[in-house]
Design a protein around this ligand. Structure first.
Ligand code: HEM
Length: 454
């Protein structure tokens, strides 16, 4: 086994060295002056990946990009995750990348991730099918019935979870938020309530995501193999749910309780049961991890900024008292529109926290943006983090300052892209804000900093 592994790695390294040389020569002879400055590193295949990863795990993840940005400019070349890559920390260049369609750039992820997501995943497909699925998911998340269902589910799960918290036990916010966000999402995707089947899906999902950043070797015994097996089991469960829905739909057509229904309503021959089942699992990836990180970071930043915590608590207590007086339940709109300061806290957390640091694409042809050449076949990494922490764009960028957003309603400009942009703008952005808002509301209205219940 070890011998085979060494053989595969050596062959891959020789192949990449050869490809890099050839690619490098042919690009040099084409338009070398326009390829941004930078270094491809000295190691074939690896390039500068180790430097990039080691700074990603440091307390200044942006140091890799910032260092090169100072030397070479906001757009520079590097070699990351096995591919020559143009890194953009220039907001305007990144905006153009995000707004380009599949004739220019397609999504690019590490090989193990591509294999696990499968060819029909919304995260990798392009063209009209991606737009269709994106549109169906986006409009379902905006539907009033789902909004009220999600709000009620989220409130219930948060209250249940917080009801078990004890003063003498540490609470791991990220784990608690993970459990809640997963349950909310699975309910929205396939109408599954907490119970045995949910626990089974959770178990398989943990095995599945363990392979997202694994060595791309699919062989019995490897993580990738185990993750693919877990995905197969999940697809089988979800396929059973889809069949049940198809039977019900012959009696009650057009019913839309969840995302699967929204996709089944489409009746397109391209939206096969397999594609729908696989996409439900892929949708769990951004939904399961990103919201809990957002919640955890918001609580961390608030605990470091007492003035913001006090204002947030006051705003939430005020609304809680009003709702109690009116004997009205909270709606989605209450959490989003009636808690403006809470929203600025979430926005500032998104800016500072950079939950998704950037997005990767692959150039389908030679592309020139603002005088920079991105050669065909190269990857491009639109790196949001350095833009969100640029002191030319944000005063004291490392200071948690939710008030900076109070007069600034321009949240969707090129300098602020935590949810990406263009055709792939995150369809879950409202859901992410809502879930975070509900968690923060119950957190600050039920607990004090001293952990004494109010
Ligand atoms: C804090 C929370 C979240 C952040 C920061 C976030 C960020 C992003 C970003 C940056 C993209 C663009 C990726 C690209 O351009 O390649 C994206 C895409 C996507 N997000 Fe989110 N996301 C969050 C929560 C969610 C949630 C809760 C869902 C719900 C299911 C979701 C579903 C998706 C989907 C399906 C896409 C792919 C869209 C497409 O390619 O058409 N996200 N997200």
């Amino acid at each position: 086994m070890e011998f085979v592994l060494i053989l595969v790695v050596t062959a891959a390294a020789i192949f990449c060295l050869w490809k890099m040389r050839n690619g490098w020569n042919s690009i040099n002879s084409r338009k070398s002056s326009q390829i941004p400055l930078g270094s491809l590193g000295i190691w074939p295949f690896v390039g500068e990946t180790i430097h990039f990863i080691s700074s990603a795990y440091s307390d200044r993840p942006e140091s890799f990009v910032d260092k090169r940005r100072r030397t070479h400019g906001k757009v520079f070349k590097s070699h990351l995750f096995g591919s020559p890559t143009i890194v953009s920390s220039d907001a305007e260049v990144s905006k153009i990348i995000l707004q380009s369609d599949a004739r220019t750039f397609i999504p690019s992820y590490p090989k193990s991730l591509m294999e696990l997501m499968g060819k029909s995943s919304i995260l990798v497909i392009n063209g009209s099918l991606q737009r269709r699925i994106h549109g169906l998911i986006g409009s379902f998340f905006k539907s009033p019935s789902l909004k009220s269902q999600i709000t009620a589910d989220m409130e219930r799960y948060v209250m249940e979870s917080m009801g078990t918290w004890r003063e003498d036990c540490p609470i791991y916010i990220q784990d608690e938020a993970k459990n809640i966000a997963f349950q909310v999402l699975v309910k929205a995707l396939i109408s599954l309530d907490p119970g045995e089947e949910m626990e089974l899906i959770k178990k398989y999902f943990q095995e599945f995501i363990a392979g997202l950043m694994s060595i791309p070797i699919n062989f019995p015994g490897t993580q990738l193999y185990r993750s693919l097996q877990a995905k197969r089991k999940m697809v089988k469960i979800i396929d059973g749910i889809i069949q049940g829905k198809r039977d019900c739909r012959s009696i009650n057509p057009g019913i839309t309780k969840d995302i699967v229904d929204a996709l089944l309503n489409d009746n397109s021959e391209y939206l096969t049961d397999e594609l729908i089942a696989e996409n439900m699992i892929d949708l769990m990836i951004p939904g399961e991890d990103s919201v809990p990180v957002l919640v955890t970071l918001a609580i961390k930043y608030l605990s470091d900024c007492p003035a913001a915590l006090a204002q947030l608590t006051e705003e939430n207590m005020k609304l809680k008292r009003l709702k109690e007086k009116l004997k009205e339940p909270f709606s989605w709109n209450d959490y989003v529109s009636s808690l403006p300061f809470t929203q600025t806290v979430i926005t500032e957390t998104l800016r500072m926290g950079n939950i998704i640091t950037g997005v990767m694409r692959k150039a389908m042809k030679d592309v020139e943006i603002k005088g920079h050449l991105i050669p065909k076949g190269w990857c491009v990494f639109a790196y949001f983090r350095s833009v969100h922490l640029d002191d030319k764009l944000y005063d004291f960028p490392y200071q948690f300052n939710p008030w900076r957003w109070q007069d600034n309603k321009e949240m969707s400009n090129a300098n602020f892209t935590p949810f990406g942009g263009g055709q792939r703008l995150c369809p879950g952005l409202d859901l992410a804000r809502l879930e975070t808002s509900i968690f923060l509301h119950h957190f600050v209205t039920h607990f004090r900093e001293t952990d004494e219940p109010m």
